[in-house]
Write a protein that binds this ligand. Sequence first.
Ligand SMILES: [Zn+2]
Ligand SMILES: [Zn+2]
Ligand SMILES: [Zn+2]
Length: 274
Amino acid sequence: MSADTNTAVPALSRGAVADIWPAQADGQLRVNRRTEGRLCSMSATEIDLALHTPPSRAFPSALIGLPGGADGRSRCAGIEITDHYTTDDGRARITGRFAGRIHDVVSSQWLLPDFDPTTMAYRLPVDPAVMRTWQAAKIYEPVLLDRVAGCPRCGCVPTFRSGCGRCRSGRTDPIKLIHHYACAHVGSVKEYEAEGSLICPKCRTRDPMVGTDYEYLTTHRCRDCGWEESQLASVGHCLACDERFAGNAAQQIVLVGYRRCVDRLDPLAHVTES
Ligand SMILES: [Zn+2]
Ligand SMILES: [Zn+2]
Ligand SMILES: [Zn+2]
């Protein structure tokens, strides 16, 4: 990623202190098993580390943090462990290659929820349970992105329409009404139309003047249940679970993304001198 490209990065030397977070194959960091070690060697594809304390048991992958990032941050990369071994002087060592799930995750500056049109839901590229461990390790921090409406039943993203406030149907028709000021009668335009002119059906006034004698009003009638109201209601419909609900009953979904708060270690740029 271009955001990771530092023009002047200090070289890493042998003996640099490394943070090591053992990890599971699915990407979960074992935050409370974080350990320290020292850099023995690094190539573009591999790293060799001496651990300060031997691990209680072998782990399949790890996140490695080395010094030298911008503003005192560490530089991180993921490895798949290819060897756990003990040197002649009894020190625990690990060798790993820069690859795998951990390496993929930490390559991204941002991890953002994406809308999946097949499930009608937002989904993070990394499982939330995995993400919690990255947050606990202070590798990523959550960032509030947006709030969106969600289905009150299943939480998926619903569609909205203006519709019937009783049965929540979208099959409504607008009906034009006339309000005759003098006698206060309100009726449909059809009721007023007679003998080729407008006649109030209540007080029989003939040809009243619009604006002066009467005004037009609109009502909405539901074809399915006969409900009638001057204002349509906001109606939500979830395409995932088929629930229909009043618009104000939608739940709020908080969209959170994650920003990496360490730098990415680019093995190609930091090969140790042997
Ligand atoms: Zn739903
Ligand atoms: Zn209705
Ligand atoms: Zn009238």
